[in-house]
Design a protein around this ligand. Structure first.
Ligand code: SAM
Ligand code: DTB
Ligand code: SF4
Length: 345
C-alpha cells in the first residue's frame, strides 16, 4: 500500500510532528522525502559549495564542538584575517574544481566594523570570478548585515546548531535568541539565509526534531540548510561524544527535506566519515548540496576525487553542469600559505 503524503505547507511543523516523521520505518520516511524532493528539484542534481577559513582560531565563544574556540586546547594556532589575494586564489581553485558557491568562515563572535571593509573587498573579488558568495562571521547587527548586503554578498550562514532546550549544554557565551536575532537581521537586509545544525552531540531525537521545527518556522525558510555530523576534535568538550548511528543522520536529512521542501539540504561536516553508502542514502533522502573540497574550515573533508567518483557512480551531476562527464576533468589544488609566526595571535 502506498503511504499517504500529507505535508501541506499550511500545517505547522511542531517538534512532535517531526519526531513522528523521524520514527517512521526508514523506507517510508525516504519515500515521503523523495516525493517532496521531486516536487521541487531534479533529484540527480547537487549544488557544490567550497569552504575557506578566512580567519582561523582564537574565537571568544565556547561552542563545545568547535576546534576554533579559544576556550579549548586543540593545538590550533590563531591567525589574522586572510589577505584578499590569497582568498581569491583559493576561490579560483574552487571554481576550477567545479564549485558554484564559495563560503568563507571567520572564527569571530562578531566582526568588528573595520573588518568589514576587507570582507567587502573579498566579496566583490569572489563575485567577479562568477561564484556565489557566502560568509559566516558570527553575530551581526542590522547595520552590519546591511553593509554585507550592499557589498553584494549572496548568502549568510548562521546555524542554530541544536534545539533551544539542548543549546545551553553546548554553548554558554551566547543565547539561542541572539542567533535568531542575527538571522532576522540577515533576512531583513535582503540576504539569502543558510542555517542548519549539528547531529551527534549527544542530543536526543526530540532535540533533533526541535531543531528542525525551529528551521522550518523561519519565515521565509532558509534557502540552504547545512546538516553537519559532529566532527569530534581532540581537546574539545565533545571529543568523546557518543557514536552517531549513521541511519539516524539519514533520518534527519529526510525529515529536513520534508519540512523544508524548497531548501537546499546540504551534507556538511562529517560527510567523509559517513562513507559512500550512507551518503548515497542521504542523496536518496533528499540531500542536494555538499561542501566540496579537501578541507572544511580546519578539519578534513571528503576528497574532491572521491566525490567526483561517487557522483559518476551514482549518476549525479553538479548544479549547472549537464552530466558527470562535463565536470572539469582535473581538480585544482587548494592554495595554501603558512602565516609567519609573528603574524599569529
Ligand atoms: N563563528 C561563526 C559562527 O559560529 O557562526 C562561523 C563559523 S562556525 C565554525 C560555523 C559552523 O560550523 C557552526 O555553527 C557549526 O554548526 C559548524 N561546526 C563547527 N565545528 C564543528 C564540528 N566540529 N563538527 C560539526 N560542525 C561544526
Ligand atoms: C556549516 O554548517 N558547516 C561548515 C560551514 N557551515 C561554515 C563548517 C564545518 C566546520 C567543521 C569543523 C572545522 O573544520 O572547523
Ligand atoms: Fe567556533 Fe563559530 Fe563558536 Fe567561534 S562562534 S567557537 S568559530 S562555532
Amino acid at each position: 500500500m502506498e503511504p499517504e503524503l500529507n505535508h501541506e505547507m499550511t500545517q505547522t511543523w511542531t517538534p512532535e510532528r517531526i519526531e513522528t516523521l523521524l520514527a517512521l520505518p526508514l523506507p517510508e520516511l525516504i519515500w515521503q522525502a523523495q516525493q517532496v524532493h521531486r516536487q521541487h528539484f531534479d533529484p540527480t542534481e547537487v549544488q557544490l559549495s567550497s569552504l575557506l577559513s578566512i580567519k582561523t582560531g582564537g574565537c571568544a565563544e565556547d561552542c563545545g564542538y568547535c576546534p576554533q574556540s579559544a576556550h579549548h586546547d586543540t593545538g590550533l594556532a590563531a591567525g589574522k584575517l586572510m589577505d584578499v589575494d590569497l582568498v581569491l586564489a583559493n576561490a579560483r581553485a574552487a571554481k576550477d574544481a567545479g564549485a558554484g558557491r564559495f563560503c568563507m568562515g571567520a572564527a569571530w563572535r562578531e566582526p568588528k566594523d573595520r573588518d568589514l571593509d576587507k570582507v567587502a573587498e573579498i566579496v566583490a573579488g569572489v563575485k567577479a570570478l562568477g561564484l556565489e558568495t557566502c560568509m559566516t562571521l558570527g553575530m551581526l547587527d542590522r547595520a552590519q548585515a546591511q553593509r554585507l548586503a550592499d557589498a553584494g554578498l549572496d548568502f549568510y550562514n548562521h546555524n542554530l546548531d541544536t534545539s533551544p532546550e539542548f543549546y545551553g549544554e553546548i554553548i554558554s557565551t551566547r543565547t539561542y535568541q541572539e542567533r535568531l536575532d542575527t538571522l532576522d537581521a540577515v533576512r531583513d537586509a535582503g540576504l539569502q539565509v543558510c542555517c542548519g545544525g549539528i547531529v551527534g552531540m549527544g542530543e536526543s531525537r526530540r532535540d533533533r526534531a526541535a531543531l528542525l521545527a525551529q528551521l522550518a518556522a523561519l519565515s521565509p525558510q532558509p534557502e540552504s540548510v547545512p546538516i553537519n555530523a559532529l566532527v569530534r576534535v581532540a581537546g574539545t568538550p565533545l571529543e568523546h561524544a557518543p557514536d552517531l548511528d549513521p541511519f539516524e543522520f539519514v533520518r534527519v536529512v529526510a525529515a529536513a527535506r520534508i519540512c523544508l521542501p524548497k531548501s537546499r539540504v546540504r551534507l556538511s561536516a562529517g560527510r567523509r566519515e559517513l562513507g559512500d553508502g550512507v551518503q548515497a542514502l542521504c542523496f536518496l533522502a533528499g540531500a542536494n548540496s555538499i561542501f566540496y573540497g579537501d578541507t572544511l574550515l580546519v578539519t578534513g573533508n571528503a576528497e574532491v576525487d572521491a566525490d567526483r567518483a561517487l557522483f559518476a557512480r551514482l549518476g549525479l551531476h553538479a548544479d549547472g553542469v549537464a552530466s558527470p562527464e562535463a565536470v572539469p576533468a582535473a581538480a585544482a589544488p587548494r592554495v595554501v600559505a603558512l602565516q609567519p609566526a609573528a603574524e599569529r595571535g
